[in-house]
Design a protein around this ligand. Sequence first.
Ligand code: GDP
Ligand code: IMO
Ligand code: MG
Length: 421
Amino acid sequence: MTKGKVDALLGIVFGDEGKGKVVDYFTPRYDVVARFAGGPNAGHTIIFEGKKFVLRSIPSGIFDEGKINIIGNGCVIAPDLFMAEARELENAGYQLTERLHISRRAHLILPTHRVLDRAYEAAKGKNKVGTTGKGIGPTYSDKAARVGLRVGDIMENFEAKYQALKARHAQLLSDMGFEYDITEEEKLWLEGVDYMRKFHLTDTEIEINRYLAEGKSVLAEGAQGSLLDIDHGTYPFVSSSSTTSGGVCTGLGIAPNTIGRIFGIFKAYSTRVGSGPFPVELFDETGDTIRHIGNEYGAVTGRNRRCGWVDLVALKYAIMINGVTDLVMMKGDVLDGFSTIKVCTAYTKDGVTTTEMPYDTEGWEAVYEEIPGWNTPLTEMRTYDELPQAFKDYVAYLERELSTPISIVSVGPDRDATIIR
Ligand code: GDP
Ligand code: IMO
Ligand code: MG
């Protein structure tokens, strides 16, 4: 935590690295937690005291009653899903309305954005992105096309603005010959819009900068991962927002020189959900074992996550793009039973070998180095000293290769299974 600064916790691979767990764990050290990108395509799991929550739009700092949580201008928000998520927390006894502030500049996901998401995916056929179906791409497209609806629009003349954008979408869908019925969905969505009015819908960029001027500390919670970034990910198999450290500035309205530490979070192995190149993907029993032990099934969609070994080419690239100061390695415990572990050190294609992220990641194969596993259960361990030497050697190897310290390791899904070095 740095006073008067924004620290960021960013997924630096393909998402689902364990951001929710670590943000929740970090929250007591910060005054404010803020999401700066994405929307309900995210699924951030938090487990503590026998309870489990999966957050989509609400920041993972919400379980610490004293802290302000912000949904920043870089985010997109679906009122119906937001209402369901917020009510679940309210029913669990958490008071939100005073502590959860939403940017008026965040864009609204309409029911027809979700239909468009489905229609565009269907039109792409086998080249589909494998989106979460939450309307993310169409909403950010409308933002860039300067026709989107923002949270601030809820306050004035909303019905007319809504009908105008809905009609635009209806025309697009009719041109595509795509049939749909949003009658029920729309009712809930409009109820969600009403529900949102009870929250602080504010200029969160001004609020955050005021907090920083007062010496308060802010934790920016990433969504998705660097390789799903609209600019730096494996385009076109990406999400539609800026998920990297640059996105923290634009997605919250803070200046680059207010950024403090940048935590880059990754797993002791790799996963990807949805389509797109994934050179380390394992199609064998090892991949199935990692999926099974790591419980690698989508928190939002329930889809199988594709699994593979850790990828140094991808990690180096993401560390460079983000300016990562500290690494956080999750799910070491999932590899407990392996006598050897592989690490991808380069990619190769047509006789060419590279350690730099290629422009077109399609068709590259991973080159591996094999290192000893630890063959010891880690989940009950709570201090770095207790961890087996082979695990420490794995950490030291990655640190050396990545020229970045691994400051935190996680050995289980529970909040407590976190070790700071
Ligand atoms: P996020 O999207 O980055 O917040 O990550 P997800 O919640 O989608 O996926 C991470 C999954 O791994 C969740 O099911 C977590 O409960 C779980 N998890 C987090 N850290 C650990 C860990 O160190 N070990 C194990 N076994 N599971 C973990
Ligand atoms: P968290 O925050 C993993 C993937 C989708 C798809 C691509 C585009 O939980 O880490 P979208 O619906 O955003 O247009 O889908 O991005 N994707 C994620 N994968 N974790 C996520 O979020 C993701 N959000 C989007 O599977 O391949
Ligand atoms: Mg997730």
